[in-house]
Structures are given as C-alpha cells and as structure tokens.
Design a protein around this ligand. Structure first.
Ligand SMILES: Nc1nc2c(ncn2[C@@H]2O[C@H](COP(=O)(O)OP(=O)(O)OP(=O)(O)O)[C@@H](O)[C@H]2O)c(=O)[nH]1
Ligand SMILES: [Mg+2]
Length: 378
C-alpha cells in the first residue's frame, strides 16, 4: 500500500540530506543589504551581494571580494557588509566544527522541484503539493540542523506537515455506542466505489464490537444489488431490509430505521445506488433519502486509486447533500497514496477508514499517525 510514494519520498529525503557542504547561511541583514545594493545606482557594475556575503574561503579572500565592489556603493553599506562578513565567517567555521548544516534557499529550490513532481505523480493535488513545499521551505531553509540528524529532521518535519494537512477523524464507533436511538448512516458515492462491500465490512466490524446493526438495501436500481447485500447479510448474520427493484430508496431507509427502533438495534447502515457526481438529478434523489431518513452521518465512499477526481466527487456530493466523512476503498491496490491527502486537505472532511481488501476484516481505521507511518515517515 502506498509503496511508490513511500519509496520516492525516502529517496528524496536522503538526497536532500546529502546536499554538498554548505557555504554559510545568508543572514537576514545580508539580504537586506543585497536589496539596498540592487536598488543603488550603477548596480549593473556591481556583482551580486551574494558573492560578497557568502564566504567561500577556498575560492576568494576578502580583499579580492572587496576590490570587485564598485565605487557606487555607499560607505555605510560597505561598513555593514564587512561586519556581516566577519560574523558569517565565524558562523561558517562554527558550523564546520559543530557539525551543523544549513540548507540554503537555492539548494532547497533545486530539490523542491523534484519533491513537487513526486507528489503530483502520486495523486497529491497541486494545491496540496504547494502547501507542503511552502511549509517545508519555512521550516528547513536557513535553519541550523545537526548534520547527523539531517535525514531524521527532514522526515520529522515532513511528517508534521502531512499530519497537519489531514483532518482528524471523529470516533464513529463511540458516537454509535453513545446514541440512545438507532444511529443512522447513509452511504453514497459513484458506481462501483465499494459502498455495498464497505457496508458489509462495517457491519461485521460492529458485530465484533458487539454493536447490533441492520442493513437497508437502498440501491433499488442496479441489477442484483439487493441480492448482493442480502448475500452479505447472510454471511455476517445481519438483517437486511429490502423492497422491490425500482421502489423508492427513501422508503427502504425509513423502514430500516423503524425495524431498528422496534428491535433495539444500535446502527442502521443504508446502501444507495452508485451515481456519478455530475448527474444532478440523481444527486437530488439522494437529497430526498437524506430528508426522509435524517441520518446522523452521511459517508462518502471514494476509491483510493481515483486521485484528483475524487476531490471533485466529494465536492459535488457535499454541495448537494452534505457529507460528514469519507471512506477510501481499494487502498490495498493503491501504490500512490496521494488521494487521501488531496481529498482530506481540499474538502476538509475527515477520512474515517481505508478499505484494504475484499474480505470483511479489510477495513482499517484511518489515523494521521498510521498514514504517515505508511509513507515511511514514522
Ligand atoms: N481490492 C479491493 N477491492 C474492493 C474494496 N472494496 C470494494 N472492493 C471491490 O470493488 C468492487 C465494487 O464493490 P461494490 O461494493 O459492489 O461497490 P458499490 O459502490 O456498491 O458499486 P455499485 O453498487 O455498483 O455502485 C467489488 O468487486 C468489491 O469486491 C477494497 O477495499 N479493496
Ligand atoms: Mg452497491
């Protein structure tokens, strides 16, 4: 799971950690002077300030650097530059002897392009990639980092940033347990996303936790959908409420809730027919089911392998019916892993579970910590 992204991130982190020995960091003061110098007249004759304030002892002496400074630069700037040079000279030698490293902005820029490509190729949306890179820049550029701990430090910072991108999931099991009347969950998503299978997996999980449930066969549209849910119900020994094909899914949901009330069942899991996020009339049908069943939570089923398209799907479903959380199925066959980041960050909806296979046990609670672990950033 997510192996490709994990490998790529790993090799990127070790590449950055092996950046060649650094010239000393450019201080804020040096940057300020650099700006002043660029503004001063005759600037075209003056070499960029970086060459004066970045000390490269093997290549040039202060005297050489000084000779090349144009006459146009005012004396007070010159004096300030000398002071900075002295300070940075000390800083440079201090870095060498203290075993610390400083990553310059230029170095970071050259490596961040690679990182951006890695993220984009692995289903991380542009907006999210940019956020990750911007935060990383702020956190590592020009910061003194122990040479030995460079790789670990970069990993740790990346981990914190990625955790920050995701929304913390709510505890749905606790919510079900605490509610006195039946807790109703409405599942929605596009065709074949894994709704029916996930409902069966979730009912099986509830059963393990000794929480009773009933399944509502709200997909009255697709051929064999009712039999499919009934088959699951039989296997996991959970009741299924079903009407005829072509009947009103809202009525199926309503009857399932009544059944739960009568039989003191804790959770009602309502299946629905798959529908494209672009099919407005079908999305409106979901509105009606929601109105009639007043679910405690609406859960969107997306596929981990879908990539950026799932962001559009979640948005469309959320705009029409409002969704509370996401389950991403088929994570077991997803080598990229970026969908969770894109969907989580852009829609600001929590991911509750990952579907990790075709068996009932293959439903894994989603947590930010586990996710970064899967990306090798533990
Ligand atoms: N590998 C893998 N396959 C899954 C997972 N979840 C569901 N599937 C498979 O995906 C296919 C579609 O699953 P369904 O549960 O029928 O999907 P659905 O969203 O109910 O489909 P429609 O009712 O047609 O809209 C089935 O073959 C499932 O076995 C998962 O986590 N991993
Ligand atoms: Mg289905």
């Amino acid at each position: 799971m997510f192996g490709k992204l994990r490998e790529k991130l790993k090799s990127w982190v070790s590449k950055v950690s092996e950046i060649k020995e650094e010239s000393p960091k450019k201080t804020e003061k040096a940057e300020e002077i650099s700006k002043k110098e660029k503004k001063s007249k005759g600037k075209e004759k003056i070499r960029p300030i970086e060459e004066h304030v970045y000390l490269e002892p093997e290549k040039k002496t202060f005297d050489e650097a000084e000779r090349k400074v144009g006459d146009e630069v005012s004396k007070d700037i010159e004096k300030e530059k000398l002071e900075i040079k002295e300070k940075e000279k000390k800083h440079f030698f201090k870095n060498i002897f203290s075993g610390k490293r400083v990553i310059s902005n230029e170095d970071f820029e050259s490596y961040s392009e690679d990182l951006e490509m890695i993220l984009l190729e692995n289903n991380v949306a542009l907006e999210v990639s940019e956020k990750i890179i911007d935060e990383l820049r702020v956190k590592i550029v020009r910061r003194e980092i122990e040479k030995k701990a460079l790789e670990e430090t970069i990993k740790k910072i990346l981990k914190e940033i990625i955790e920050g991108v995701l929304v913390k999931p709510f505890d749905i099991l606790k919510e079900i347990e605490e509610k006195k009347s039946p807790y109703v969950i409405l599942f929605c998503g596009i065709n074949g996303a894994g709704k029916t299978t996930t409902i069966a997996k979730f009912a099986s999980l509830l059963k393990k936790k000794k929480i009773s449930s009933v399944l509502g066969a709200g997909d009255t549209f697709r051929a064999a959908s009712i039999e499919q849910l009934k088959e699951h119900g039989k296997k996991i020994d959970v009741a299924v409420i079903a009407h005829e094909y072509g009947s009103d899914p809202a009525a199926v949901g309503y009857d399932s809730i009544q059944y739960a009330k009568k039989n003191h069942i804790k959770a009602v899991l309502i299946d629905t027919a798959g529908r494209m996020h672009t099919a407005k009339n079908l999305l409106r049908e979901m509105e009606k089911i929601k109105r009639v069943c007043s679910p405690d939570r609406v859960i969107f089923l997306g596929e981990s392998i879908t990539g950026n398209d799932s962001v559009d799907q979640v948005r469309a479903f959320d705009e029409t019916i409002g969704i509370d959380g996401i389950i991403l199925s088929k994570a077991d066959i997803d080598e990229k892993g970026g969908t969770a980041l894109s969907v989580g960050y852009i829609t600001k909806k929590p991911i509750l579970y990952l579907g990790t296979g075709q068996e009932y046990k293959d439903l894994e609670p989603f947590s930010k910590e586990k996710f970064v672990e899967k990306l090798g950033l533990e």
